[in-house]
Design a protein around this ligand. Sequence first.
Ligand code: C2G
Length: 152
Amino acid sequence: MAKRVITYGTFDLFHIGHLKLLQRIKNLGDELIVAVSTDEFNTVKGKKTIIPYEQRAEIVRNIKCVDKVIPENNWEQKITDIEKYNIDTFAIGDDWEGKFDFLKEYCEVVYLKRTEGISSTQLKNTLKVFSVSKDEIIKAFDVLEQLKKDFD
Ligand code: C2G
């Protein structure tokens, strides 16, 4: 009987941290189902995303180790999903350590170490640098010029 694992997430600006997590979760079983948070649910989570749900879901759907993608619409669907898809293991990054222990009644619960040094938030902040306008850069140089004069 194929061992089924499930995980949940936003997966915005898909990056190596997401990929390594999904690969490690897949190694816990035979089939991996990923519930991707919808745009509406991300609002509930207080998470601003750059990439819309359809595209985030399509990217995750095409990751080699992913067998099925379903929408994550709310916090409450996990138990129903575990029963509906005959899930053996729920797994998620350890930034959620302990938060889903209530699922232990229904399946194995595993928290996996996050990949350090990368996150969608960091990527967004890095991208912000590129959106600095020409005027802001000129203004910054003018301030630097003035500071140089003051110190000379
Ligand atoms: N992750 C990781 N390493 C990173 C960044 C993220 O292992 N550097 C993991 C997270 O721990 C999570 C998954 O990748 O397990 C998806 O991360 P997010 O898209 O940030 O998902 P999140 O907002 O935590 O949603 O119901 C659960 C929530 O939907 C989880």
